[in-house]
Write a protein that binds this ligand. Structure first.
Ligand SMILES: [Cu+2]
Length: 143
C-alpha cells in the first residue's frame, strides 16, 4: 500500500504562538454555544411547546399510589394519568375538585390547574380491599 507523506509543518514561534489561542477560544466558544442551544431547545420540551401541560403518571395498586408524592407548580396545567396495576381504584382531591376512577386494566386521565399552594392529600375513591383507607397520594403544590 502506498502512503502519502506530508511534510511536517512546524509553525514558527512568530505565527504559531500568536494563532493557537484564538483558535482554541473559538472552539470553546462554539462548544459552549452549541451546549446552550441544545439545552434550551432540543433537550427542554417546555421551550419548544410552552403551553404543554405537565404530564404526571401515577399507578394505583393495593394499597399504594406510586409515586406517593408529586410536586406541582401553582398555575401550571397538569395532565394527571392514573393507571391501575390490579383492581379498580380511584383518586379524589376534594380541595382541588379532582375525582378520577379507573376500572381494572384501564387508564384514566384528568386535567386541572392547581390554583393554591400547599399539601393536598388524595384518597382512593373506589373500595379496593382491607387497605383501601390508607391509600394516599400527596400533591405538593409550590409557587
Ligand atoms: Cu381503594
Amino acid at each position: 500500500m502506498d502512503s502519502i507523506e506530508f511534510p511536517a509543518v512546524k509553525p514558527s514561534k512568530a505565527e504559531g504562538g500568536a494563532n493557537k489561542r484564538p483558535v482554541r477560544r473559538r472552539v470553546l466558544f462554539s462548544t459552549a454555544m452549541l451546549t446552550i442551544i441544545c439545552f434550551t431547545t432540543v433537550l427542554n420540551p417546555r421551550a419548544a411547546t410552552p403551553a404543554a401541560p405537565h404530564r404526571v403518571e401515577v399507578t394505583a395498586k393495593k394499597y399504594v399510589f406510586e409515586p406517593a408524592e408529586v410536586t406541582l407548580k401553582k398555575g401550571e396545567p397538569v395532565d394527571l394519568v392514573l393507571k391501575t396495576g390490579d383492581v379498580a381504584h380511584g383518586l379524589r382531591f376534594r380541595e382541588l375538585k379532582v375525582d378520577l376512577k379507573v376500572n381494572k386494566g384501564a387508564t384514566g386521565e384528568v386535567h386541572f390547574t392547581p390554583d393554591k399552594v400547599g399539601y393536598f392529600i388524595g384518597h382512593c375513591s373506589v373500595f379496593c380491599g382491607s387497605g383501601h383507607g390508607r391509600m394516599m397520594l400527596t400533591l405538593h403544590v409550590v409557587d
